[in-house]
Design a protein around this ligand. Structure first.
Ligand SMILES: [Zn+2]
Ligand SMILES: [Zn+2]
Length: 241
């Protein structure tokens, strides 16, 4: 309790906890005033200092070649023999270097930047989603913004906002669930076919034909209705503006 309360007070600790929880992040270091203050548990201090120096090097050399605006961010990325390496300057004295799966690295860097600069708002309630962790179908822990799990390939169509419980698209759009149109159409066609076959059977056939027609029609109707409910409802993105 006490520990988590203190953690919420300290944005750097929150980012550290976030990075340590994401699958696909191999190693990371958080750099304050040029020195590593938090790093992934698989690194020792010497290696953390090495990576902190690399982060500073990546960021300062990008400053030299890419004119930097007062506002905004540059997410840097490069392939190294140790894997894809990304870095971002969160604040003038605070930087972050992350190594691992490229899409995940880029997303966690962006989300950490968003977290420090006003958050990534839920389109329903306005709560901050920047450091929210999304689980894919195979239970990989992923950053918000990754629509397909890069580890197992399963799609992430939507997740529940941790603040209001409503459905949100990984890119921050509102989502609602709808029955696919083909299911509704199948249900209607089966229903009409059932009614028509009863209508045809009554004037033409004898009593046993009418009864069997009614049974066929009823099973058609039942199949149509249950088919409507069989398929999973589809997430439908609702644009915000
Ligand atoms: Zn919300
Ligand atoms: Zn996965």
């Amino acid at each position: 309790m006490e520990d988590s309360a203190r953690m919420h007070d300290d944005p750097i600790k929150m980012i550290n906890y976030y990075l340590s929880s994401i699958d696909g992040v191999k190693e990371y270091v958080i750099v304050l005033e040029g020195f590593p203050i938090y790093w992934s548990s698989n690194l020792d201090q010497e290696k953390a200092e090495e990576l902190a120096a690399l982060a500073i090097d990546m960021i300062t050399s990008s400053d030299k070649y890419v004119p930097r605006k007062e506002e905004g961010y540059v997410i840097l990325g490069t392939e190294t023999p140790e894997g894809y390496t990304g870095a971002v300057r969160l604040k003038p004295n605070l930087s972050l270097l992350v190594r691992g799966e490229p899409r995940i690295v880029r997303m966690v860097l962006l989300n950490a930047y968003r977290y420090v600069h006003g958050g990534f708002k839920c389109p329903w309630c306005g709560g901050d989603l920047s450091l929210h962790i999304v689980k894919c179908r195979n239970n990989h822990s992923l950053p918000v913004g990754v629509g397909v799990c890069p580890i197992c390939g399963s799609r992430i169509d939507y997740f529940k906002c941790p603040h209001c419980g409503k459905l949100v698209d990984p890119h921050g759009y509102r989502v609602s669930l709808k029955t696919p149109r083909e299911n509704i159409v199948a249900g209607i066609i089966m229903g009409i076919a059932g009614i028509v076959s009863i209508g045809i059977a009554i004037p033409i056939y004898n009593i046993s034909s009418i009864i069997s027609s009614i049974l066929i029609a009823a099973s058609g109707l039942f199949f149509g209705l249950s088919y409507s409910g069989l398929k999973r409802k589809l997430p439908v993105r609702i644009d915000n503006k």
